[in-house]
Design a protein around this ligand. Sequence first.
Ligand code: NAP
Length: 251
Amino acid sequence: MSDGRAVLVTGASRGIGAAVAHAFASAGDRVAVHYGRSADRAEEVAASLPGEGHVVVGADLADAEAVRRMVDAAADGLGGLDVLVNNAGVFEAHPITETTYEEWQRAWQDTLSVNLVGAANVTWCAVQHMLPRGTGRIVNVSSRGAFRGEPTHPAYGASKAAIIAFGQSLARALGPHGIAVTAVAPGFTETDMAAEALAGAEGDRRRAESPLGRVATPEEVAAAVLFLASEDAAMASGSVLDINGASYLRM
Ligand code: NAP
């Protein structure tokens, strides 16, 4: 029996990342469950995963040196790295008409340092472990907001558009090394991040945006990530898979 692949999932202490960790572990893979602040929750996720050989690794993604140590610890613990899922993210409101200039700058810094620069740094570190193997999969978790706009969270929208462009550049750069790079773009998904947006009448309105009359579950996003990370998905490199229940359509 195969030991499966070695998979690092950032932001796996809860929400979509925890579901992604479960999906890979259920497929027989070994998972590095990354957390930022929720060490206890990450330990619980890792303990709940089927199979063996999973590890827990922590780092604030805004700290480049902590990121390097975290990725190397994941590769050490798993015996290499085959798959990276850049999932960790923050969603900070800063409507342009209601923030001071100082608040505006802080929100851009906080958001981009995690959602974009943090993911880029995790990627650089992970790729060092993939290049010698001549194979790898990177899946970036973007958002419907990359296309539809995020009027109250503009840095978030920009970060999610940028991570698609980043991934597409890397799909071109890393294709010759056997590494495929893709993205998922979920609409609202039932997690802590979306809890406020999905509460009350506003939540009903948002569920009604989809002809399915609901938002995605973390497990539905995880299933898409699992597919994009599969051996069969090599030719999907550079693509973006929408998981929004036809709530927002684009060509
Ligand atoms: P969530 O429940 O809020 O979880 C966020 C995860 O990111 C946590 O594991 C958190 O770790 C980690 N994280 C946040 N800041 C971090 C930092 N500075 N350093 C390290 N880790 C950090 O969010 P989610 O809904 O599962 O979202 C996962 C991804 O899906 C995000 O990229 C998000 O933008 C995207 N997405 C979500 C939705 C939605 O509606 N939920 C829709 C579209 C896209 P700790 O708790 O350990 O700090």
